[in-house]
Design a protein around this ligand. Structure first.
Ligand code: FES
Length: 159
């Protein structure tokens, strides 16, 4: 694949996703491996990696919950009757007993903010391992967390 392109840099995302899928996150060693494959310096690849929300430079849980931080989701959340003062992020963090960016002690969930998911017509929304959910309510979030905890779901490192 690398031989088929003029600029190996074009495949930086594919290489990083492949390494992330293999290792679970893009560790320093994986980043160096990717840089070597692409003919880049680790710093050049790091610059690309840190630009994207879906490249994880730290270990993450089995399910990475990307909560939309976009304006439409914020506006729609204001209609939550059950928790009018609590955002989706606040609700998730409270339920999972983590802070933003943390992983639950059982290694199941990591909660991260993300820019608009392009799912505004289903706001408020979140993305979990490549699957979009919305419009969210506290009850729906509880259902989703229960389903993820109890069902065997294919683990997809987000793309
Ligand atoms: S603002 Fe949340 S999906 Fe667009």
């Amino acid at each position: 694949m690398l031989a088929a392109v003029d600029q190996p840099r074009e495949l930086a995302m594919d290489v990083m996703y492949a390494l992330q899928k293999h290792y679970g996150y893009l560790s320093d060693e994986a980043l160096e491996e990717g840089a070597r494959l692409l003919g880049l310096t680790p710093l050049e690849l790091e610059e690309i990696a840190t630009f994207y929300d879906f490249i994880y430079r730290e270990p993450v849980g089995r399910f990475v919950i990307h909560v939309c931080d976009g304006v439409v989701c914020w506006m729609c959340h204001a209609g939550w009757e059950a928790c009018p003062t609590e955002s989706v992020m606040d609700y998730l963090c409270r339920k999972l007993e983590v802070k933003v960016g943390e992983t639950t002690p059982d290694g199941l969930f990591t909660v991260l903010p993300v820019c608009c998911l392009g799912y505004c017509d289903h706001a408020p929304a979140m993305l979990v391992n490549g699957v979009l959910y919305g419009p969210l309510t506290p009850e729906k979030i509880d259902e989703i967390l229960h389903k993820l905890r109890t069902e065997t779901c294919e683990v997809v490192i987000c793309r």
